[in-house]
Design a binder for this molecule. Sequence first.
Ligand code: FPP
Length: 242
Amino acid sequence: MVETLPKDNCGPQHVAIIMDGNGRWATQRGRPRLFGHHAGAKRVREIVEACPEAGVKYLTIFAFSTENWKRTQVEVAGLMSLFRRYIFKEMQAFVKENVRVRFIGDRPGLDDKLRALMDEAEELTSHCTGTNLTIALNYGGRDEVARATRRLAQDVRAGKLDPDSVDEETLPRYLDTHVLPDPDLVIRTSGEARISNFLLWQSAYAEYEFVDTLWPDFSPEEFARLVGQYGGRERRFGGVKP
Ligand code: FPP
């Protein structure tokens, strides 16, 4: 079991990002939305590389939500192809940079080829001890809690879990994020102040930063500034200052 609360207020150990604004970024340039997603994918690498210096050990990014299937078939197919190519292309680089890759979300809803690449990336980087990069793909917070509850109920039915023992510590063990600490800081780009079903359970005590920058323009400098800003805050987890 990992530690879920930071020991001090020095900086966020786990930063989660809702990468929003690719479509608008492309539209502003008179280009198709997928052009924005490709530009956004380039930013991912730069932000991952900025983590060690910023002191961020865990980075979780929202790449595709369970609601994103409602987009046009062209955009969905383009995004799936981008994810396949991205994982295939970046895998070796992640190993070299000691980045451990994990995926969260509902995998059976994704195509076989993409799932195989996800498994391969997880396996290939499983020994890496640097930044922990978690990519949320076909992820929805409510869907995750529903799937976790289903597994929990199955364990009760199988006699492996006593229903009277279920408390706040039990459900997180069934969530996709069970090996990760809770996020300390959640950033959303593009000026929208919504959490859009991202890490609902895990972000109960997270700080939020909503910035106007569209994701393809989100720079490592802005990331470092937001991370640094967090250091100046005091989190009490519902308690009072000692
Ligand atoms: C939201 O912008 C973005 C997405 C739904 C996709 C996020 C994907 C990437 C950043 C690209 C690649 C990621 C990886 C891991 C390779 P939007 O399309 O909703 O923008 P809009 O609100 O301006 O329309």
